[in-house]
Design a protein around this ligand. Structure first.
Ligand SMILES: [Zn+2]
Length: 98
């Protein structure tokens, strides 16, 4: 993950039974927060076979809740495709639309 400040933060996924692990995005976000940053410029998650994995719903929501700027975060969803976080979460639940 790259922040708007240009810092790079990495993480690992711990995928174990019973859903007690966590996603790579969560680990990288924790490292970012330890460095007092909240704005994510770009994020990519690479699986062990080299494929690119889009963030799960929980990680999408976490990024959006950390900083409204992150609507603009560029998210790799494949080797040849990037979208914004807003594309992945078009209708925020915590805003009124009237
Ligand atoms: Zn996740």
């Amino acid at each position: 993950m790259e922040t708007v400040g240009g810092a790079i933060f990495t993480g690992i996924c711990i995928d174990v039974p019973c859903s007690i692990g966590f996603c790579v995005e969560q680990a990288a976000i924790a490292e970012m927060l330890k460095n007092s940053e909240t704005k994510i410029e770009r994020i990519v998650a690479v699986y062990e076979d080299g494929s690119i994995l889009p963030p799960c719903g929980k990680c999408r929501e976490l990024m959006s809740q950390l900083d409204v700027y992150n609507e603009h975060t560029v998210v790799a969803v494949g080797h040849e495709k990037e979208v914004t976080l807003k594309d992945l979460l078009p209708e925020r639940w915590d805003r009124t639309w009237d």
